[in-house]
Write a protein that binds this ligand. Sequence first.
Ligand SMILES: Nc1nc2c(ncn2[C@@H]2O[C@H](COP(=O)(O)OP(=O)(O)OP(=O)(O)O)[C@@H](O)[C@H]2O)c(=O)[nH]1
Ligand SMILES: [Mg+2]
Length: 526
Amino acid sequence: MEDDKGEKERGLPAVMRCFDRAKIYVKAGDGGNGVVAFRREKFVPLGGPSGGDGGRGGNVYIEADLSMNSLLPFRKSVHFRAGRGGHGQGRNQGGAKGEDVVVKVAPGTVVREAPGEGEEEGAVLMELVRPGQRSLLLPGGRGGKGNASFKSGNNKVPRIAENGELGPEMWLELELKLVADVGIVGAPNAGKSTLLSAISAAQPTIANYPFTTLLPNLGVVSLDYDATMVVADLPGLLEGAHRGYGLGHEFLRHTERCSVLVLVVDGSGQQPDYEFDAVCLELELFSPELAEKPYIVAYNKMDLPEATEKWESFEEKLVSRGIRPFCISAANRQGTHELICAAYELLRKSKSVENTEAWMDPANLNYVADMISRERNTPMNEFEITHDSSSNTWNVIGAGIHRNVKDCETESSYAKYKDPSIKRVIRGGGPNGERGNEGDPAEASKEETMKGFSIGLNGGGYVDSLKRFQHALEACGVNRSLIKLGVKEGDTVVVGEMEMIWSNSPDKFSSSNAKKGLAGSIKWRQ
Ligand SMILES: Nc1nc2c(ncn2[C@@H]2O[C@H](COP(=O)(O)OP(=O)(O)OP(=O)(O)O)[C@@H](O)[C@H]2O)c(=O)[nH]1
Ligand SMILES: [Mg+2]
């Protein structure tokens, strides 16, 4: 098997390898940052907050475009990045939305997530079959709120602004499986391309040597009665193509999506019936499903005496096996109309029984984006708590809460700067509102635990943001649930990647707790 593969790879020009496979990188735009700004006007000494919100990052779309018939363009362009949202500005000016990017692929492209380490194949994300189908793959990051958005009755001078959300990114593997109703297959030089050019407007290269056609050609065939079908002319098959010899193998899988096959046999060849059997065997060896597809046999080059001589015996042999072959001269367009009418009939019959499930519901095309948005929009109060009694640890799991932690984390550039080793587990002091240890970074990094928790870009905002997070935990019922489940003083509470410690005394800084007579609060580990 190894050898086969090596041989195949060696004999294959890059264009052919890249015809139907590509690996690309996509990234949605980051959201722009919100800003902290205050109005400064002559004669208005204390202007209110006026920092605008950041703009939304651009989206990444994937679209099936009829003008693309291969994945070759991705040899040259691999990275697709949507624009980032503009930052907010003073005077309540919001940032501009980032520019979207549309990745155009050939109809019939299967999009997979690039496999992770140790995986052979990534999950299929979508199949873009019909031209014009478009998928929103990655939604751009949301813009951060400027301080004008944080103005409230309690806080008229908010010094807090959010960073924009990062745009998601990923590597994709694209695989094209041509979408055609009819696939023309046969031995090299049988006249497949000639047939396509005879029945459609396509102009494939035709020449008197084997393997003229290196890449599949598509043509649209219009029949008299307002009916059309897409026909693909495939590179010639050779005995042993199923094992990777020759060119055919690379392209046999493109016939998987064809509903009907036309097997072209060169009637002027030495033994047309042997050629026919060899082609059938190739299909069967490649995949039994392929051999099961309805097909029509076209005995070609009937204008040549060598072909006419052998026609009768060929026809006889096939008829005895229950197959009725057509005889044609593709070059002279004789018998080709009957052939395509028969192919169309067969197509109609096979379509009526065709399992349409294979065509993905367009609603599913946005499946990745939906998943991302769902995660982004999961309410905070949807969470689960698990308990590990051996370490007295409570795990709070919920996309909404995790997102909040993440926001704190990305905003907590301070924590990372102080001590790289605690990048992920953030132990912060300061539920009582102490300001963070802003002093000498070297000094701070000596401490394993930190006091203070920096959120936001704008010094002075720590308490605001911390308060917000603690209020959120309390409001969405995490505290109450923990008490119900029997949390004890000093237990560890893990929310996302943040580790905190439970205290039975109510948080003095949370006035609503005291009012409701609720005991307990989660404190930052001190
Ligand atoms: N006399 C005659 N020659 C034909 C006919 N059809 C094709 N040919 C010739 O046969 C040769 C091969 O034709 P192609 O259409 O390139 O064959 P193909 O099957 O596409 O070959 P590959 O792409 O190499 O697999 C060319 O010289 C054609 O002119 C026909 O009906 N009559
Ligand atoms: Mg050809």
